[in-house]
Write a protein that binds this ligand. Structure first.
Ligand SMILES: [Zn+2]
Length: 381
């Protein structure tokens, strides 16, 4: 029996979109869900209070970065990430697998693990599946991820096969290391953009008692169409009674497309990272606040958003803060983006439960694809 007790609550007609719920050590989680990224035990420019205000259900933290700093002992002595951050909802920890992919020049691959040179003090660290799980236990996350070897989605057959087979061996070592812990553990399906490998990976990993499955190795270099095809293909190979998580995705449109293909969980740095550059996601589409068009605009950022950024401040003020690179601009736009993503996921879930997802999907997709310049012209008319 899965530790998360995932239950399906609705499946949309003419789509694989589904609504569900599951139980972590810190409460009930409703899906589909977007998880804000808090790599260093902080979602950039937000506080745990503002994250609660935008009703974030699960935060994502990163094992590799937290292992280097502040280190396991801080979490062990201070009662885990929930107490350290003053965060009472759920936490999912990535395993360090993505850093194996994204920091290729500071690590060497071995069967035992990945040998990293720490960017904090230069020490060598052998990140094994066992060390990753031990660290995730110290962090005290609700959902842990297996250590995997992610390769570019455009890798050739030999490279992708070798990484996938190692990922499978590491997944079993991770499962063994998890043992009787009450923390849940997700496996990660790899196989780049090679259908046969994706099939092999899913059929191998689904034989074991993981609490959910992630689709890894996408959003790392392939086209949007390929990502959608491989998401759809992989989802079909996963059991319907467990949560499915598409790692590192994405924009509102990417999420909408993946929900349509049967994915339940998402994470991405976009809402907070793009906020720093003044990019906001709104019910009117993407807004680039740096544009001179907003210099004198007394309009609210999003006409249909009730967040404090939208109710208290004008686009002109946000434009000024972003142009001046003030931290407050990053905070306010990031807060709105997280609020918008949460609202967006609620709308999606509601439409699945009411079985109107197909109509919602078509109209939302059209809205998300309308370019900003065109929308601005409409406003000016
Ligand atoms: Zn807002």
């Amino acid at each position: 029996m899965s530790r998360l007790k995932f239950q399906l609550e609705g499946i949309a007609s003419y789509s694989r979109a589904r609504a569900g719920k599951f139980q972590t050590l810190h409460g009930t989680v409703l899906t589909p869900l977007f998880m804000p990224v808090g790599t260093q035990a902080t979602v950039k420019a937000q506080t745990s209070q503002t994250l609660k205000e935008c009703d974030s259900q699960i935060l994502l933290a990163n094992t590799y970065h937290l292992l280097l700093r502040p280190g396991a002992e801080v979490f062990q002595r201070l009662g885990g990430i929930h107490r350290l951050m003053n965060w009472s909802h759920s936490v999912l920890t990535d395993s360090g697998g993505f850093q194996i992919y994204s920091l290729p020049h500071s690590r060497k691959m071995k069967e035992e693990g990945a040998l990293f040179k720490s960017y904090v003090d230069g020490k060598l660290i052998l990140l094994t599946p066992e060390l990753s799980i031990e660290m995730q236990k110290s962090i005290g996350s609700d959902i842990m991820m297996v250590l995997d070897q992610c390769v570019s989605s455009t890798s050739d057959l030999n490279q992708a096969l070798e990484a996938m087979e190692r990922t499978h061996r590491w997944a079993l070592r991770s499962l063994k290391a998890r043992g009787e812990s009450r923390q849940s553990l997700f496996a990660i399906v790899q196989g780049a953009c090679i259908s046969e490998l994706r099939k092999q990976s899913a059929s191998f990993l689904t034989q074991f008692e993981f609490d959910g499955f992630a689709i890894g190795g996408l959003a790392v270099g392939e086209s949007k169409a390929m990502r959608e095809d491989f998401t759809e293909m992989t989802v079909e190979l996963l059991p319907s009674h467990l949560p499915r998580y598409l790692m590192g995705v994405g924009t509102p449109l990417d999420i909408l497309e993946a929900v349509h293909r049967g994915v339940d969980l998402f994470d991405c740095i976009i809402p907070t990272a793009h906020a720093q550059r003044g990019v906001a996601y709104t019910h009117q589409g993407k807004v680039q606040l740096r544009r001179t068009a907003y210099k004198f605009s007394e309009d609210r950022l999003d006409l249909y958003c009730s967040c404090s950024t939208c109710t208290l401040y004008s686009k002109a003020y946000l434009h000024h803060l972003i142009k001046s690179e003030e931290v407050l601009g990053w905070h306010l736009v990031g807060f709105h983006n997280l609020f918008f993503y949460r609202q967006f996921m609620r709308e999606i879930r509601q439409s699945i439960l009411e079985d109107t997802f197909e109509t919602y999907y078509q109209s939302k997709k059209k809205n998300l694809l309308t370019p900003e310049s065109h929308r601005t012209e409409i406003y000016l008319q």
